[in-house]
Design a protein around this ligand. Structure first.
Ligand code: GLP
Length: 242
């Protein structure tokens, strides 16, 4: 694992965007794994800047997002589908059919999950997976539990995640209680992983995930076993790792 401590959010975002820039420039038909949450917004802004400056094209890129709320339509303004359109897809030249987000509106959870997993395999697997980090150590929506889930699956969100994510909804009652997420196994199959985290409220989680024991109660700790992970944090989130 490589740990990079950037001086602030802007530097963290630029350094992480550079990893994606370098891959897309060297392999224009690469497969990217993408993430939502507030942390990667700066990174997506950097990639849009690069695109607008004519330095990079996403025309041949394929993307697979980590997760999606179950029961939300892609057009719902809190769906991860909507988030990705807002922050990246509608701002660059990626064809809509090359972007994939689990289908939150599909009530057949087995089909939604197995189709998604099969789609990733058919595309040749993920070259570079972006991750944020939940306060309880979750990645995607893999919540702390007693095992590492393997494939894309349905998950019941914990109270802590529902609370944390309620800031984006009109009321906490509107936050979906379930989500579709890539499994830890799906994430571990990506050839490379970049995880971003910022802010003092993530410092303990970053420390536990990357310097604590590998346990499913801290889902991100599985990444310690991945052969090519870069963790990029700002000084606040990296404060306990020095
Ligand atoms: C959500 C997402 C995660 C994300 C996490 C942290 O629960 N499912 O993929 O990493 O929140 O979000 P933030 O970056 O806003 O702290």
């Amino acid at each position: 694992m490589k740990l990079v401590i950037a001086k602030d959010y802007a530097e963290m975002s630029r350094l992480a965007a550079d990893e994606f820039f370098a891959l897309v420039a060297s392999k224009p038909d690469c497969v990217l794994g993408l993430a939502t949450g507030s942390t990667p917004i700066g990174l997506y802004d950097c990639l849009v800047e690069d695109y607008e400056a004519g330095k990079i094209s996403f025309a041949d890129v394929t993307t697979f997002n980590l997760d999606e709320y179950r029961g939300l339509d892609p057009e719902h303004n809190q769906s991860y589908h909507y988030f990705m359109n807002e922050h990246l897809f509608s701002r660059v030249d990626i064809p809509a059919q090359s972007t994939h987000v689990p289908d939150g509106a599909n009530p057949d959870s087995d089909a939604a999950c197995s189709d998604y997993e099969a789609g990733i395999i058919a595309a040749g697997g993920v070259d570079l997976q972006l991750l944020g980090l939940g306060h309880n150590g979750h990645i995607g929506f893999n919540e702390p539990c007693d095992h590492f889930p393997v494939d894309t699956h349905v998950v019941k969100l914990t109270e802590r995640t529902i609370q944390a994510n309620s800031r984006l909804f009109d009321s906490i009652d509107e936050v979906p209680r379930e989500a579709y997420t890539m499994g830890i196994g799906t994430i571990m199959k990506a050839r490379r992983v970049v995880l971003v985290a910022n802010g003092a409220d993530k410092a303990q989680t970053v420390h536990d995930a990357f310097f604590g024991p590998v346990v499913p109660q801290v889902p991100a700790s599985a990444l310690q076993l991945h052969p090519d992970v870069t963790v990029i944090v700002d000084e606040e989130a990296g404060a306990l790792c020095k």
